[in-house]
Design a protein around this ligand. Structure first.
Ligand code: NDP
Length: 280
C-alpha cells in the first residue's frame, strides 16, 4: 500500500514558519497585508475566500475582503485593483477566479502590481518563472514542489508526467519541475495514449478536474502520485485519481481532501510574507 503524503501536516509546518517570518517583519515595522477580491456569488469561491482569511488570522497577516456584486463592471473592478495597488497596507492582492462572464480575467490579473501578485498569475511573473528568474510562483504548483521537498523526495533527474496544462496548475507546475531538473512531459485532452504516458512517470501530477480518472493501470509501481483535483461528487470531495485502486500500486500518494488543497493556502500565506519582505 502507498504511503500517504499528509498535506495538512506539511501545510501546518509552512504556516508556522510563515507566522515566524510575519512576526519578524512586524518587529521591523512591516505589517503584512493581503486583500482578497471576490466578485459574484460562486459558492466554492466563497468557501476558498473564508479559508484564506482564516489562514491569515492564524499566521498574523492582516486581511481584507472586497466583496463585489455579480453586476460589477470591468471599470469598477479595475478601479479597485488600482486602489489596492496604491495601498501601502496591502502587500498581496488576490482576485478570486473565476470572474463573472463578460469580465476579461487576463486584463484584471494583468492590472495587479506584479510585486503584489501573490497568485503568480501576472504575465510578468509567468514570464519570469519560465525564464528561471526568482518570482512569485502560483500557490498550488509551489505547494506541490514544497510538499515533495519536505518529504525528501528527490526530483532531480526524475521522470515527471503532468496531466493537465492549465495556466493555474499544469503549465506552472511543469515549469517548476523543469527548474528542479526533472524530465517533464505535459499531457492534455489531445494526448494520444494517456495511460502509456502516465505509466512512464516516477512522479505523476494530476490536474484535470475529472473525478477518479487515473486508474491503477496508469501508474508505475512505486511512483509518487500527486492528486491536485478537487471534484464534488454526491456531496463528497474526490480527486482526479482513483485513490483506492491507485494506492495499491503507488509508492506514495496525496489524499483528497488533505493533500494539495491545504498546501495551496499555506503557500499563499508564504507568498504574502515574501511580497511584504520584498517591499520593505
Ligand atoms: P482546467 O479545466 O483549467 O484544466 C484542465 C486540464 O485538464 C486541461 O489542460 C485539459 O486539457 C485537461 N483535461 C481535461 N479533461 C481531460 C481528459 N479527459 N484527458 C486528458 N486531459 C484532460 O483545470 P485546472 O487546472 O484549473 O484544475 C484542475 C483540477 O485541479 C480541478 O479539479 C480543480 O478543482 C483542481 N484545483 C485544485 C487546486 C487545489 O488547491 N488543490 C487549485 C486549482 C485547481 P486541454 O488543455 O486539452 O483542454
Amino acid at each position: 500500500m502507498a504511503q500517504l503524503i499528509n498535506g495538512r501536516e506539511i501545510a501546518k509546518q509552512v504556516r508556522q514558519e510563515t507566522a515566524v517570518k510575519v512576526a519578524a517583519l512586524k518587529e521591523r515595522g512591516v505589517a503584512c497585508g493581503l486583500a482578497v477580491v471576490l466578485v459574484g456569488e460562486n459558492p466554492a469561491s466563497k468557501v476558498y475566500v473564508r479559508m484564506k482569511q482564516k489562514a491569515c488570522a492564524e499566521v498574523g497577516i492582516y486581511s481584507e475582503e472586497h466583496k463585489l456584486p455579480e453586476t460589477t463592471t470591468r471599470e469598477e473592478l479595475l478601479t479597485l485593483v488600482d486602489q489596492l495597488n496604491a495601498d501601502s497596507k496591502i502587500h498581496g492582492i488576490l482576485v478570486q477566479l473565476p470572474l463573472p462572464d463578460g469580465i476579461d480575467e487576463l486584463e484584471v490579473l494583468s492590472r495587479v502590481d506584479p510585486k503584489k501578485d501573490v497568485d503568480g498569475f501576472h504575465p510578468i511573473n509567468v514570464g519570469r518563472l519560465s525564464i528561471g528568474e526568482d518570482t512569485l510562483v502560483p500557490c498550488t504548483p509551489a505547494g506541490v514542489i514544497e510538499m515533495l521537498h519536505r518529504e525528501d523526495d528527490s526530483i532531480q533527474g526524475q521522470k515527471v508526467v503532468v496531466l493537465g496544462r492549465s495556466n493555474i496548475v499544469g503549465k506552472p507546475v511543469a515549469q517548476l519541475f523543469l527548474r528542479e531538473n526533472a524530465t517533464v512531459t505535459v499531457c492534455h485532452s489531445r494526448t494520444k495514449d494517456l495511460a502509456a504516458e502516465c505509466r512512464q512517470a516516477d512522479i505523476l501530477v494530476v490536474a484535470v478536474g475529472r473525478p477518479a480518472m487515473v486508474k491503477r493501470e496508469w501508474v508505475k509501481p512505486g511512483a509518487v502520485v500527486i492528486d491536485v483535483g478537487i471534484n464534488r461528487v454526491d456531496d463528497a470531495l474526490v480527486g482526479d485519481v482513483d485513490f483506492d485502486s491507485v494506492s495499491e500500486v503507488a509508492g506514495r500518494i496525496t489524499p483528497v481532501p488533505g493533500g494539495v488543497g491545504p498546501m495551496t493556502i499555506a503557500m499563499l500565506m508564504s507568498n504574502t510574507a515574501t511580497a511584504a519582505d520584498a517591499s520593505s
